[in-house]
Design a protein around this ligand. Structure first.
Ligand SMILES: Cc1cc2nc3c(=O)[nH]c(=O)nc-3n(C[C@H](O)[C@H](O)[C@H](O)COP(=O)(O)O)c2cc1C
Length: 210
């Protein structure tokens, strides 16, 4: 446990990455698995994750992210993209996955499917989008934590133009919208932010035990 908390103290929102250092295929695979294993409401995973390595695409994204250097310096950029409305096909695909994975007949899941549909598709479109966007932040948290365990640096980021990201990555016609991103890689020695003392609320200001 101590090691886990040490890792959380070690990580920081990295402002400058060392461009010469790339994440190994094995570590990248672990990061992806951490995202894949993330909990989501009903297990629906109503989002997709894009991993950007192409230097030209990184340049375009940097221009659409207020020129923040992490976008081109990082080894990869994880772009979390949530669906904008709940569609019946997402639920159908999920039921199919459950049935195949657990070796059961999909008809046994009809009640479960109706429950998800009833709870989600009845919401106004904006609330549907908001509900699905929230799920991506859980995956983001897992990514940051597992990255820290692997001593991989990262920076959670919302400072980007969503419309431009959607356009560059062709997300709109997939029914998706970018919600949050995380460049990952290795901190630059020159990044002064790594020396900043972590600022957090005191326990008494954050926790109430009832
Ligand atoms: C949702 C979210 C969005 C953020 N957006 C940006 C961003 O666009 N650019 C940036 O440099 N840092 C961004 N940050 C980093 C925060 O400023 C940073 O996590 C916070 O100050 C705490 O510092 P620490 O993560 O280094 O401990 C973001 C963090 C979160 C969680």
């Amino acid at each position: 446990m101590k090691a886990h908390l040490e890792n959380l103290n070690w990580r920081y929102a990295t402002k400058h990455f060392d461009e010469s250092k790339k994440i190994s295929a094995e570590d990248l695979s672990d990061l992806k698995e951490a995202v894949r294993l993330t909990a989501s409401s009903y297990g629906l995973q109503p989002y997709q994750v894009f991993i950007i390595e192409d230097p030209k695409v990184k340049e375009q994204l940097r221009a659409a992210a207020f020129n923040q250097p992490q976008l081109t310096e990082a080894s990869q950029i994880f772009v979390f993209a949530a669906y904008t409305e709940v569609k019946e096909e997402y639920i159908k695909d999920y039921m199919q996955n459950v049935a195949v994975t657990r070796g059961i007949d999909v008809s046994n899941l009809d009640q479960f499917a109706e429950m998800i549909k009833g709870a989600s598709m009845s919401l106004p479109k904006e609330q549907q989008a908001n509900w699905m966007a929230k799920q991506t932040y859980i995956a983001l948290g897992n990514l940051l934590n597992v990255a820290a365990t692997l001593k991989i640096d990262s920076c959670p980021m919302e400072g980007f133009n969503v419309e431009k990201f959607n356009e560059i990555l062709g997300l709109n016609n997939k029914g998706l919208t970018a919600t949050v991103i995380a460049p990952v890689g290795y901190r630059s020695k020159e990044d002064a932010t790594q020396h900043h003392i972590k600022v957090r609320k005191q326990h008494t200001d954050l926790f109430t035990t009832i």
